[in-house]
Design a protein around this ligand. Structure first.
Ligand code: GLA
Length: 759
């Protein structure tokens, strides 16, 4: 890991592992992007900016400054001075003039990485900052007196590059920021496809790959949260790139609000990728002396396809973003009562569930929506965070103590950011909800959104949640957010600051969650938003896990979890086994398959265990054992995608390999059975080529769904080379939606017994 400045060439080189990022200073003024990719052991590459070609730099050809501006690869593009491609920064002066220009003024190279005020961001593991370095480039718009600090950080153990931007008003007049993106990446085309994650409620983060065309291709959210619909991520990749080959350039934003991620192909076939807060609905008044910090962007380059990109994101987030003490801990196997009872429960019912759950090895009961105010449906009571003691047949503490007596931990659901029109809170403080005077706010799920930009609202919300947590022995909170924002008007905000509300709302959520994890450091926090509408890196800074989707159908989950795992470690994906027919799709899948699919996440149950069949209850015991066996591997290992049901429409397969390559777990789901077909060849990945592995099959549950074992080839012991080049053969199974786990454990040499590897 190194950041150096080569003064003679005007070149900054940032290198970590096999990654290199080059920034050039041109004409002593312009900050240009030179290179991002595989490491180059050479200082002489500033010519890649093409400043030796027409239209030349303004110092050599002042009459064509505009042509230069519109073709130069800028590190941070600005609006209004001739660069007509996507801008990162648009500023309005007090007189209403738009535009700015950045003059390079100097730099600083720091050990470690500064925190971003009020925002989640990656951090050094070493408190002294020994495992990270940061380059700060100082630029200035002399007319506005606006200082722009471009920050680039790297970590010793990662090939990701982290970027953020800070603006400081050093002038004597207020300026209005109308657009502040976080990163810009200019490059030549040749990487011809775009990959994004898209969806809707119940089908979040499906991968979509399409050809890159001229003009702008964008994914975005203006919903006030990251959304079910699109993810703050975009990758540009070679046409032929796959899991293991090809170049990939990816951007991801550590933020939980409105965003835009875009690529633009311009007239000279150059590409510009940008990512940051969506400019629509955004403006920020910056008074003299004030600072504004844009959220952090993660840039990842891979020359070994999507698989390496994925593992770079996973390791970065596990090592430098998630702070929770649970990050490397086994999460308790939980049972959530939502799909078990919905609103129809009382303490007796919950205790009956907890008792049966405890017998089967389940470790925590989570009481979901419906325990507060007078909430027996989703029509009321959000905001009234006091316990419905009539419904619970006593106090919360009494219920929690009873659950603890059954040997289970207790978790609880909140939706702190919301208020129901039918609530005491709304009747007392109607002005606390977002609204535009004269208009009735739009209702979504019969609720309004609290204006979290207001400190008194945040204080109320925090105390309401904290009081409940202080009142009983509560180990886990599910923090939900079930509607997107509309009518974003702050009744306490001046006209010129209304454009700050979307961002201030997100900052308010961050502040609340920071307070929560500070006062309750041992709490296991799981974020959620009507399923997975706020599955983003920002939330991971506060909670080690996020509910993936309200769709718990094992087959639907294949695509959802594949897309989610493209960026997020498996240890972050909330995944549960639920009852069948599935409540969303009506599909019936084997209990085993539901377990195998949920095992790729944090694992738990979402069903009334007192009402399922004896066989399924028994199988829960088996699944919980498997979970304890495999969870360390799933949580800490390297993830490899082997086959995608979304692509082949027949089967799905992924693998997790421990960091020491001593064990691997392969999950195989046969979505559709095919008659009269030979076995399927599965080639594994990530193993030690010269290692030997025993295929453990005792965990495979046979039964009514047929054969399905891998044939006992080689007496069950294989070389790593054979497993990766030759593969194993998986027999067809009878029945759709069947699945198998294959556990491989390294052995010293063929014929010896397996030695259990480390997770
Ligand atoms: C959201 C969540 C669900 C459940 C309900 C409760 O939809 O995603 O898991 O908590 O809210 O209202």
């Amino acid at each position: 890991m190194e950041i150096v400045y080569r003064e003679e060439q005007g070149l900054f080189r940032l290198t970590s592992g096999n990654m290199e990022y080059g920034i050039g200073i041109v004409d002593g003024q312009y900050v240009g992007h030179v290179y991002f990719g595989k490491r180059i052991e050479d200082d002489g590459y500033t010519y890649l900016m093409r400043t030796g070609e027409a239209p030349y730099t303004p110092s050599a050809n002042k009459r064509e400054t505009g042509a230069f501006m519109d073709s130069f690869p800028f590190e941070y593009s600005v609006w209004g001075r001739g660069d007509y491609r996507e801008s990162c920064l648009m500023v309005k002066s007090p007189e209403g003039y738009r535009g700015c220009e950045l003059w390079y003024e100097g730099y600083r190279i720091l050990d470690g990485k500064p925190r971003l005020s009020g925002l989640p961001a990656t951090f050094c593991k070493d408190p002294e900052g020994g495992d990270g370095k940061t380059l700060e480039l100082y630029c200035k718009d002399k007319v506005l007196g606006l200082r722009v600090i471009l920050r680039y950080s790297i970590f010793a153990d990662s090939e990701a590059l982290l970027r953020s931007v800070e603006l400081v008003n050093e002038g004597d007049k207020r300026v209005c920021l109308e657009k502040v993106l976080s990163a810009c990446l200019d490059m030549d085309s040749g990487h011809e496809q775009v990959l994004t994650l898209n969806g809707s409620w119940g089908r979040e983060r499906h991968m979509e790959r399409r050809d890159l065309a001229y003009g702008k291709q964008q994914v975005s959210s203006v919903r006030g949260e990251t959304s079910h619909q699109e993810q703050p991520f975009m990758a540009v990749l070679d046409q032929n790139a796959d899991q293991d080959h090809g170049e990939v350039y990816a951007m991801h934003l550590i933020y939980s609000g409105n965003f835009a991620a875009q690529v633009e192909k311009s007239q000279y076939d150059s590409l510009r990728m940008t990512i940051g807060i969506h400019p629509e609905g955004f403006s920020w008044m910056l008074k003299p002396g004030e600072h504004f910090t844009a959220p952090e962007a993660v840039l990842v380059y891979s020359d070994e396809g999507l698989g390496k990109m994925t593992r770079t994101f996973h390791d970065l987030y596990r090592n430098h973003l998630i702070r929770s003490p649970y990050l490397h801990e086994k999460r308790p196997v939980l049972l959530n009562n939502w799909e078990a009872t919905y609103f129809d429960f009382n303490s007796d019912k919950l205790i009956a569930i907890a008792r049966e759950a405890g017998k089967r090895g389940i470790e925590m009961l989570v009481m979901d929506d419906g325990w507060f105010g007078c909430r027996d449906s989703d029509n009321s009571s959000l905001g009234d965070w006091f316990v419905n003691e009539e419904k619970l047949q006593g106090t919360l503490k009494e219920l929690v103590d009873r659950v603890r007596e059954e040997g289970l931990l207790f978790g609880i659901w909140f939706e702190p950011e919301m208020v129901s029109p039918n609530s005491l809170l709304y009747r007392q403080h109607p002005d606390w909800a977002f609204a535009v005077p004269g208009r009735d706010p739009v209702q979504i799920r019969a609720q309004y959104v609290l204006d979290l930009s207001r400190p008194e609202v945040r204080d109320y919300v925090f105390e309401a949640v904290a009081n409940i947590l202080r009142s009983a022995d509560i180990s886990y909170v599910k923090w939900d957010m079930n509607r997107q924002l509309t009518d974003v008007g702050g009744l306490c905000m001046g006209a010129e600051r209304q454009g700050e509300l979307f961002h201030r709302y997100v900052l308010g959520v961050y502040e609340l969650q920071e307070r929560l994890v500070t006062e309750f450091p041992g709490l296991l926090l799981e974020n959620c938003s009507a399923g997975g509408a706020r599955f983003d890196p920002g939330m991971l800074y506060y909670s080690p896990q996020i509910w993936c989707s309200d769709d718990t159908d094992a087959i639907e989950r294949l695509a959802i979890q594949e897309g989610t795992a493209l960026l997020y470690p498996l240890s972050t994906m909330g995944a549960h086994v639920s009852d069948c027919p599935n409540h969303v799709t009506g599909r019936v899948t084997p209990f085993t398959t539901r377990g195998h699919v949920a095992m790729a996440g944090t694992f738990g149950y979402e069903l009334d265990i007192t009402r399922i069949s004896r066989e399924d209850q028994k199988e829960i015991e088996e699944q919980v054992k498997q979970y304890h066996q495999f969870q360390p591997l799933v949580r800490e290992g390297d993830y490899f995608r082997i086959a995608s049901y979304s692509e082949n429409h027949l089967y799905d397969c992924w693998e997790v390999v421990s960091k020491d390559q001593r064990q691997a777990l392969v999950t195989y789901v046969q979505v559709l059975a095919r008659p009269n077909y030979h076995s399927r060849r599965i080639r594994l990945k990530g193993l030690r080529e010269d290692g030997w592995y025993r295929l453990e099959t005792e965990d495979l549950r046979m039964g009514e769904y047929g054969e399905g074992l891998a044939q006992p080839q080689n007496g069950g012991v294989y070389s790593g080379r054979l497993l990766m080049r030759g593969g194993i053969l998986v027999d067809p199974m009878k029945g759709d939606y069947t699945s198998r786990l294959f556990h491989l454990v390294s052995v010293d040499h063929p014929g010896s017994r397996g030695t259990k590897g480390q997770g």
